[in-house]
Ligand binder design. Structure first.
Ligand SMILES: NC(=O)c1ccc[n+]([C@@H]2O[C@H](COP(=O)([O-])OP(=O)(O)OC[C@H]3O[C@@H](n4cnc5c(N)ncnc54)[C@H](O)[C@@H]3O)[C@@H](O)[C@H]2O)c1
Length: 249
């Protein structure tokens, strides 16, 4: 999985899934920048411990100005990024449609889908420059399972699939692949804050053929592979890491 010489940008890598991906890409040889609202000190320490260069950037992925500055910082401190993992996302509390107000709807869309558009735009010149760029977007099995009380979150994650396919179509000629990964439930700090009920967790697990929780470690191998030269023909795909909830397409 040689990613030596590659520079990866991961959003929301201060904790949770993003942090695991950062550590793993560093172990595979990449230098890593984390862009997160929270400081990424632990992530940078883990990247450094793996022998790679790490940069933690405190920035809001919904701010075009902050992202322009972040892209410039990555370029000057590490070099042109060739890997972008759009991972930052909001797990909104489980809320039924009658209580989903427009503010909650807009906030969910801003953080979960507008951000992926904005971060991709900010890093496109870098991703295109080497001719082998990779964009990996974090979707979710909720886009298929549609759990109760999640209309805003479900919609935002289904939109990630559209963004992935549209970008894949346009960027393929530049050698940039774009894929999405849809994990089932992963125990992270973000999930813990959703107030998700044990009944919902059980209902999701019940739909899995292999009934086990996904861990961040289950994700990292696929992310790393998608970044390799060997994976250059995988693009526009939505990979379901969900114990078989989705079979086939
Ligand atoms: N945990 C799950 O069950 C699960 C399942 C499927 C998909 N996902 C997706 O995986 C991704 C990561 O999830 P997680 O569970 O690790 O989440 P998490 O809440 O544990 O971590 C998310 C990180 O994103 C950062 N972040 C949030 N908003 C931001 C913003 N506006 N600007 C910059 N950084 C911001 C947070 O500070 C945090 O460090 C999300 O996109 C989530 O939707 C999670």
């Amino acid at each position: 999985m040689g990613l030596e010489g590659r520079i990866a940008v991961i959003t929301g890598a201060a904790r949770g899934i993003g942090r695991h991906i950062a550590e793993h890409l560093a172990r595979a040889g990449a230098d890593v920048a984390s862009i997160d609202l929270a400081p990424s000190d632990d992530t940078v320490a883990a990247v450094t411990a793996a022998g790679r260069r790490g940069v933690g950037i405190v920035a809001d992925v919904t701010s075009p100005e902050a992202l322009a500055a972040a892209a410039e910082r990555v370029r000057t401190e590490l070099g042109d990024a060739s890997i972008l993992v759009n991972n930052a996302g909001l797990h909104p509390r489980q809320t039924l449609i009658d209580d989903v107000d427009y503010e909650l709807w807009q906030r969910t869309m801003r953080v979960n889908i507008d951000s992926m558009f904005l971060v991709s735009k900010a890093f496109l010149p870098q991703l295109r420059s080497g001719g082998s760029g990779r964009i990996i977007n974090m979707s979710s099995s909720v886009a298929n399972v549609a759990p109760l009380g999640g209309v805003h979150y479900i919609t935002s994650k289904a939109a990630v699939v559209g963004l992935t396919r549209g970008l894949a179509r346009e960027l393929g000629p530049d050698g940039v692949t774009v894929n999405a990964i849809a994990p089932s439930i992963v125990q992270t700090p973000g999930l813990a804050g959703t107030g998700i009920s044990p009944e919902i967790v059980d209902a999701v697990l019940a739909q899995q053929i292999v009934q086990d929780f996904t861990t961040p470690d289950d994700l990292v191998g696929l992310v790393t592979y998608l970044c390799t030269h060997e994976a250059r023909l995988f693009t526009g795909q939505h990979f379901h890491l969900d114990g078989g909830i989705v079979l086939g397409d």
